[in-house]
Design a binder for this molecule. Structure first.
Ligand code: TYD
Ligand code: MG
Length: 451
């Protein structure tokens, strides 16, 4: 840069991190409005003299990933088996969902095994943390707590002393004293994140950064934060319900399909060993508009009740509302029901809900969702002890899904007596004892069979 020439400020999108030389009302990257904020320009450094050190991949040492189990089985499961040394985890979720709780439980669990852990709190005082820790049984001399918001001091602490696990709660409260922008601003979050990640990586310390989420449900701060870390976990749950699900949306060290299921109790988050049972409790099987699906969460089958309500609409464009199920799936299935099963849904409001506050996904739930809607429309119950498995094609065909046998087995374990499945899965499903298998070729077949 020419001497004396003043560095121009840059504008950074608070949503996607796109950099723009001038302010614009709409981010050229993600097309969101009013997201560009001014930021001091980054100092450019000259390239150092030493050449790039590239080695053949064959000569790189293989190191088996060592996992640090937290002792909290459902947390280990979403992490892919436990924390990795130097692995950085971003944990997002709504306020009050239990982020601080699970983090403190993980730190406490390791500390109780004699491993030193560090909890950096930018939101609560150490005495508040202690009070919470006492409830959780996490108070231990090996669990250190620091009320600190200066990211440089935290990074420094990591460089000077080794910890089995460090948690920063939350990344939005962190700041760098050498930066003028306010804590929580895009620049602060990004720079503090980078500083902490670098320290954790340099010292091989697993790090959890707690992140708040915005109204839209994304982790507040630039997207770059998600790129910087190895694992991104989201806490899900519904207000008023004690169930909590931790889901991985990114994991460099494990699968992202596994979920961790917890229940919030008076003594913190308790692991739920049998999630299917949880999402099926207190069900009245004789009402219409209810169907049980068997979805697959990672390697684990999960039975969930789907509820549908169909009521005459007074609106020109009837309402379609889905909670815990993708709205697109509802719309597509509604169209298939109309065209291929010959049931008329026009003029009806349609509401759909996965019970227990869980989110179900994957094509395997199609048949059950369609059955719940048809059951509501026809005012006839699906029938006791019936589980539905299968993808519904636009043609109305019921297509096979992965691991039918596993899903039917889970249903059998929970006392289900009848499984409606795609014809192609018949042989597989027949291996399960004690369940009547009903194989269907089309949605119309299924409707006929059930109602
Ligand atoms: P918290 O972990 O503070 O949420 P976050 O850090 O995500 O904002 O969770 C707080 C909620 O959990 C609060 O509503 C109280 C409840 N809670 C329990 O029910 N039992 C407990 O043992 C603890 C510690 C919290
Ligand atoms: Mg908190």
């Amino acid at each position: 840069m020419a001497k004396g020439k003043k560095m121009k400020p840059v504008f950074v999108c608070s949503s996607c991190g796109q950099v723009s030389p001038r302010w614009e009302g709409r981010c050229p990257g993600c097309l969101k409005w009013n997201t560009l904020v001014e930021e001091a320009p980054a100092q450019r450094v000259a390239a150092p003299g030493a050449p790039l050190d590239a080695v053949p991949l064959t000569e790189v040492d293989e190191t088996a990933l060592k996992r640090l189990s937290t002792g909290i089985s459902e947390l280990d499961r979403v992490l892919g088996g436990g924390f990795i040394s130097g692995g950085v985890v971003l944990l997002g979720g709504d306020p009050g969902i239990g982020k601080s709780t699970i983090v403190l439980q993980a730190l406490g669990s390791l500390a109780s095994r004699g491993l030193t852990t560090l909890y950096v709190t930018g939101e609560e005082s150490p005495s508040q943390v202690r009070m919470r820790g006492q409830r959780l049984g996490a108070v231990s001399p090996e669990l250190l707590v620091a009320a600190e918001t200066d990211a440089a001091r935290v990074a420094d602490a990591l460089m000077k002393r080794s910890f089995a696990l460090c948690a920063v709660d939350s990344i939005q409260t962190m700041q760098r004293a050498d930066m003028s922008s306010a804590p929580g601003s895009v620049a602060q979050i990004r720079e503090c994140g980078a500083l902490l990640v670098a320290a954790a990586k340099a010292r091989g310390i697993p790090l959890i950064m707690v992140g708040h989420v915005t109204k839209e449900g994304a982790i507040a701060g630039p997207k770059v934060l998600e790129h910087m870390v190895d694992t991104v976990l989201y806490f899900e749950g519904e207000g008023g319900q004690p169930f909590r699900v931790i889901r991985a949306v990114k994991n460099r060290f494990g699968p992202i399909s596994e979920i961790g299921v917890f229940e919030m109790t008076g003594r913190g988050l308790a692991v739920v060993d049998d999630p299917s049972r949880l999402f099926l409790t207190e069900r009245d099987t004789q009402v219409s508009g209810s169907a049980v699906v068997a979805c697959l969460e990672g390697t684990r089958p999960l039975l969930v009740e789907i509820q549908a309500l169909v009521s005459p609409s007074s609106l020109a464009v009837p309402r379609r509302v889905a909670v815990g199920v993708e709205l697109n799936r509802l719309n597509v299935l509604a169209a298939v029901i109309e065209r291929r099963a010959g049931l008329n849904l026009a003029g009806y409001d349609l509401f759909l809900k996965a019970a227990g506050g869980i989110r179900v996904d994957g094509p395997g739930v199609d048949l059950g969702v369609a059955a719940a809607i048809c059951s509501a429309l026809l005012k006839r119950p699906v029938g006791e002890g019936t589980v539905l498995i299968g993808e519904v094609a636009l043609s109305g065909e019921v297509r096979p899904v992965a691991r039918t046998e596993l899903r039917v087995k889970e249903a059998a374990r929970l006392g289900f007596k009848r499984a409606v499945i795609p014809r192609a899965g018949l042989e597989e499903a027949r291996r399960v004892r004690g369940v009547e298998i009903v194989a269907v070729a089309t949605l119309a077949d299924a409707v006929e069979e059930l109602f």
